[in-house]
Design a protein around this ligand. Sequence first.
Ligand SMILES: [Zn+2]
Length: 436
Amino acid sequence: MDAKFSFASNGRLTTPAAPIHSEGNYFTIPGMVNAHSHSFQRVMRGLVEKKQRGQGDDDFWSWRALMYEIASNASAEDLELIGTWCFLDCLKTGFTHVGEFHYVHHKPDGSRYTPSYHLSKCLMNAARKVGIQLTVLHTAYHWNGPDDPAKGAQRRFIFNSVEEYLRHVLHALEQDDIEPHKQGLAIHSIRAVPETWLRPIAEFCATHQLPLHVHAAEQRKELEICQKVYGTSPIGLLLKHGVLGPNTTVVHGTHVDSADLEAMATSGATVCICPSTERNLGDGLAPIADYLKHQIPLAIGTDSHVRIDAVDELRSLEDHERLRLERRLVWLDHVPSLAEGLISVACQNGQRSLAPFQPAQNTDEVWIKIPVHLQEAPAEHTIQDWLLGGSGRDISRVKINGEWVLENGISTRLDEQGLGERVGKLLARYQTATAG
Ligand SMILES: [Zn+2]
């Protein structure tokens, strides 16, 4: 028997009561969605875990300086290669759809490519090579901070006006080389985008029925800047300008108060938590229990790709809450089983985050190996064993759009050895760039 989880008409996950006895000792789940990615940051793993000369405490802001250094050096070819490598890693852990929060738009000196969305095309090419679904979220970016002009590497990110940014997006939407339904918009943050841009961007998304993502409430310093300049929280500012809605995903939402939670719940927004990156950057712990209590849908993302493992991101949503609240089984206050809660986050909520205006159907399949000792166990035991202790290495087969793109954990499309060698050469360049 091919034991599968299925979604009932009410959208809830139903677990098969019978033991799993699939032919090859697998259980399957629908494709999982990585709702927040910056693929180029994959090269930073391992290079940014050292103190810089003359620097005291290391935090998000010093990490960001190194990220800029890398972003300023990457060619279009480099970005496509890194994207291919990163998306393959995503596929191998069971992600079948990635949302790329894409803000490196221009040439290193800030001049525009022709067409202006050339780098979006490179990322789409990378995803096609892997066979994974990609939604490119064209990201608005204008300045370093309120009334503080962009500097250095930020030249690659910025648009001079909201009109220029929306023209860029419209141009990409009108072309055939990126499918319109695989695109969306993003506001980098309330730091990088002026207040006056917020409403036109939200209205554009409503008119064109597109998803809208925004980094918000990630860092305490961001809250301080927002309070000082705008007299409210980042979530409050988004609410004021009509940015929050059912097609909106707030990325991080680490530091929120009760008014913020109320605003997000009322608007129907999704919150995308990125546990491994938030941990790595020392952001803090998002109040998962409060989100569940307010019935705010949660999705997951691997963000900076310091770790790419879907199941690890998922279990962190419970593990982090145990550490924050000093108790166990937090999710079971809100869902009948951990399996139902966490798989729904990865599958349904992720899909809703990237495709809020499209019918909720997920025909992709992820096949997970069942260890011998669990081959007679009930389905819920098996899947929870994997959720708590498994890893991406347990993913054996993945089918996307009817095609097996991963078999026995290996890409059916790519020469993985050759890809690894090309990436190795590229990494050698970055090792030199970040030395010292
Ligand atoms: Zn991010």
